[in-house]
Design a protein around this ligand. Structure first.
Ligand code: PEP
Ligand code: MN
Length: 406
């Protein structure tokens, strides 16, 4: 199981005095590799205009554009397909920028290799599917094209590592991994929750595979890009992939998260890594990322709590219709024993679990009493006491394993 300690250790990689150039996806860089370009190649004009403006910044190593787009719903823009490869070739010929495209099946690989794509990447939905990754690995076998593997949509480091292993076994050696965040139910702040600890665990397992952050797909909006990009660089990521479009508001896919090449320049200025010892940054970045995890987990807790209260209210309505007493002490007792046991399996103290569920239960009872009129004045034990007269609070739970009070 992951612990914060390992996270901090992962972030405290030894600093290098003078960065020597290293090749990432076939591009030699001294600092982070910047990959930029539109979500989708939409027209020759859009590709060329965006590529020219990006090349003029002099800070981008690879131009990206999706040619085949995996869209959530049918009927959305699914990319222009192979003809767009010609536009990318023209952009490369004019600007000198190598280009990267996403491939999702063997047919895409054949077309991309046919266009001498400099890099191909495997999208998050594809990484999640071992059949598809194997098909790609087989199709790429023997080609010298560097491959970037996005994290799978589901938060599973094994699946991500497994996808890279399939490529390595197909003798593909020039690899990188792209951290683009994970789908979570009810995510609010991010389009795809970063779950930094998974990416750092990936790097711990495969330290030789450069890790690139894709803040665009993590954030889903432009306001928070700099913050995520800065965190990634503080954590010593090897590069950034930023969706950049000459006219973002007119983009046919992911319009809300793309920035202009001018915006990219400002963003890179803002997040440019200080030279020298990066350890203080790495530690600060790790703390920041851990705190973000706490914030996200607290939000998730509140979501679950709100859903639980909804269910408690539905039970309250049922009790009202069937004229059932609100308090069911046997059920409450069994529930608490079960929760304390499952909390113990998760290293949660019985005190913590008991206090938490007493609070939750009190609130459920209060909510149900607000819904239900008092049932008839005969209670389950036949004492003639009106159920509504029973205390609004559940009885304090006594752990049967606890020593008896003196
Ligand atoms: C993309 O890079 O445009 C894309 C579709 O990304 P992902 O696979 O991360 O959703
Ligand atoms: Mn996109």
């Amino acid at each position: 199981m992951w612990t914060g300690d390992r996270f901090l250790d992962a972030a405290r990689a030894p600093a290098r005095d003078e960065p020597s150039p290293r090749a990432i996806l076939g591009v030699a860089v001294r600092g982070p590799l910047i990959v930029a370009g539109p979500c989708s190649a939409e027209s020759e004009e859009q590709v060329l205009r965006t590529a020219r403006q990006i090349a003029a910044l002099g800070r981008v190593g690879i131009f990206r554009a999706g040619v085949w787009k995996p869209r959530t719903r049918p009927g959305q823009f699914e990319g222009v397909g192979a003809p767009a490869l010609e536009w990318l070739k023209s952009a490369r010929a004019e600007t000198g920028l190598p280009f990267a495209v996403e491939v999702g099946n063997a047919r895409h690989v054949e077309a991309a290799l046919g266009a001498a794509a400099d890099v191909v990447w495997i999208g998050a939905r594809t990484t999640a599917n071992p059949f598809a990754v194997q098909e790609l690995a087989d199709a790429l076998r023997g080609a010298d094209t560097p491959v970037a593997v996005k994290n799978p949509v589901n938060p599973d480091v094994q699946v991500w590592v497994g996808a890279v292993e399939r490529l390595t076994r197909a003798s593909i050696t020039r690899l990188a991994a792209i951290h683009r965040g994970f789908s979570t139910y009810g995510a609010r702040d991010y389009r795809h929750s970063p779950m930094w600890e998974i990416a750092l665990e990936f790097r711990r397992r495969l330290p030789d595979v450069p890790l690139i952050c894709d803040p665009s797909h993590i954030c889903g909006r432009t306001e928070t890009l700099a913050h995520v990009a800065r965190t990634a660089l503080d954590l010593e990521y090897a590069g950034l992939m930023i969706e950049t479009h000459c006219d973002p508001s007119a983009a046919l896919s992911d319009a809300g998260q793309q920035i202009t090449p001018g915006g990219l320049r400002l963003l890179l200025d803002r997040v440019a890594s200080d030279s020298g010892d990066t350890r203080p940054h790495a530690a600060a970045g790790a703390l920041e990322a851990l705190r973000e995890n706490i914030d996200a987990l607290d939000e998730a807790l509140l979501d679950v709590l709100a859903r639980r209260m909804e269910v408690a209210r539905a039970i309250g309505r049922y009790k009202r219709e069937t004229r059932m007493a609100i308090r069911q002490d046997d059920r409450w007792h069994r529930l608490m024993v079960a929760r304390i046991a499952s909390g113990a399996n998760r290293q949660l103290s019985s005190r913590c679990v008991r206090r938490l569920f007493e609070t939750i239960h009190d609130e459920s009872i209060r909510e149900q009493q607000a819904i239900a009129p008092a049932p008839p004045a005969v209670d389950r034990i036949g004492m003639g006491e009106a159920a509504a007269d029973v205390s609004a609070r559940a009885p304090r739970f006594r752990d049967p394993r606890a020593p008896a009070a003196p």
